[in-house]
Design a protein around this ligand. Structure first.
Ligand code: 7TS
Length: 410
């Protein structure tokens, strides 16, 4: 395999990968749900609570100033990582879900009205579907969908059926968490803008695995979750163009998001703080900065090509299993995850049996029920890789599946 990554060395940084499950070394292949954390990220949280724990943006004592500087610096690291113009465009939130809800409540309720169209795709995660359903129901807007073809790619011709002037927002995933499809978000953004629509990119699966540049894509909003990219739970990011954040009304009201409060009305703080109400996940936010430094050190191009090698190998090996149905496009058009079913077996049965070999993969609808319905299935199995996974782990998955199949069949 051609790769610049020293995976054996990288694995040393992730203490959990040495863990035993039912007597076997853990094979963690559920990275699309959440990633594991390197020791450096864990120690940054530990170090913060041991030495600098204080609230941010409100006190002049040394510890609070250190906490504030580190928390703000983490925003700068995120801005650099996705090539935002500056850190004012970076709002720290709980997760991608909260970020989409913020846009739907704040921007959506100010800008979307009766008869307007929100254009989505059939492959969206529930997080990029339900908030728009709520908005559409409330304001009388319509939801339209770009369909998914038989090979798991978007039918981009569906965009051309939209009526110019009605489209207000296009919200699309960059990397499907079920099919693995990588969508051409730059062309979709161009089309959206030609039709006077803004575009939100759900980058929950792409930012952890591919180099992503918000200025190159020219998206108006982008959302992603820190916990899928080595950072702790409770970290998520909304990127939005500065002029949009300035115009948008706050999502949540409270401390930190205000400049001045009187009994009857308030003035808002500068962006991004206008959207960070109340005490935030400070240690976790700082640790997101450390996670980004780690990813930058490994290199996003190297991560992308290594995962491409893994997915090619995984699909090649899995395809040899009799009775397997693999969903999604060929490896060239996808990221490092694969969903599949084994004829005559229930996914939960298989995932539970794999656990006995120490192998963790996901079974279920992966929060993409409409996509499963489109494929004519209720549930599927999904193996999702990160740059610390190896070909040997894929071999173990394939061996595990073959053993389970044989066991059930005899
Ligand atoms: N968008 C996509 C494309 C996702 O894959 C997920 C989470 C989300 C949004 C929401 O992220 P959260 O951090 O706010 O929950 N996807 C998955 C998954 O595939 N398995 O568990 C979570």
């Amino acid at each position: 395999m051609i790769t610049d990554l020293n995976v054996e060395l990288i694995r040393e940084d992730f203490p959990i990968l040495k863990r035993k499950v039912h007597g076997n070394t853990l094979v963690y292949l559920d990275n699309a749900a959440t990633s594991q954390k390197p020791a450096r990220v864990i120690s940054v949280i530990n170090e913060f609570y041991r030495n600098h724990n204080a609230n941010v943006h409100r006190s002049v004592y040394q510890m609070s100033e250190i906490a504030t500087a580190r928390y703000e610096d983490a925003h700068k690291k995120v801005a650099r990582f996705i090539n935002a113009r500056n850190e004012k465009e970076i709002v720290f939130l709980k997760n991608a879900t909260e970020a989409i809800n913020l846009v739907a409540y704040s921007w959506g309720r100010q800008n979307v009205g009766p008869g307007d169209v929100i254009l989505l795709t059939e492959m969206e995660h529930h997080s990029n579907l339900v908030p728009w359903q709520l908005l559409a129901q409330e304001v009388g807007a319509d939801l339209e969908f770009i369909s998914v073809d038989d090979s798991g790619l978007l039918n981009l011709d569906d965009m051309k059926k939209q009526t110019k002037g009605r489209m207000k927002l296009t919200a699309v995933t960059q990397l499907s968490n079920m099919l693995g499809t990588i969508n051409p978000v730059k062309s979709i953004a161009e089309f959206a803008h030609e039709n006077d629509s803004l575009i939100l990119v759900d980058a929950a699966q792409s930012v952890p695995n591919l180099p992503v540049d918000v200025q190159e894509i020219n998206c108006d909003f982008m959302v992603f979750s820190g916990h899928k990219m080595l950072a702790p739970n409770g970290t998520g990011v909304l990127y939005a163009k500065e002029e949009l954040l300035k115009e948008m009304r706050p999502f949540l009201g409270g401390g930190n998001m205000i400049r001045e409060v009187t009994l009857r009305e308030s003035k808002w703080n500068d962006i991004p703080w206008k959207f960070e109400a109340g005490t935030q996940a400070i240690a976790e936010g700082i640790a997101l900065g450390a996670a980004i430094e780690y990813l930058e050190k490994v290199g996003m191009e190297a991560i992308k090509s290594y995962e491409r090698c893994l997915i090619e190998y995984a699909i090649e090996r899995l395809s040899d299993i009799q009775g397997i149905v693999i969903y999604g496009p060929p490896p060239k058009q996808r990221g490092g995850l694969v969903s599949f079913n084994l004829t005559d077996f229930h996914p939960h049965e298989i995932a539970a049996a794999l656990d006995y070999f120490g192998i963790a993969i996901r079974a279920g609808h992966h929060c993409a029920q409409p996509l499963h319905e489109k494929l004519g299935i209720n549930t599927s199995l999904r193996a999702s890789f990160y740059f610390y996974n190896t070909r040997e782990e894929i071999d173990k998955l394939v061996e595990g599946l073959s053993k389970i199949k044989k066991g059930f069949e005899t």
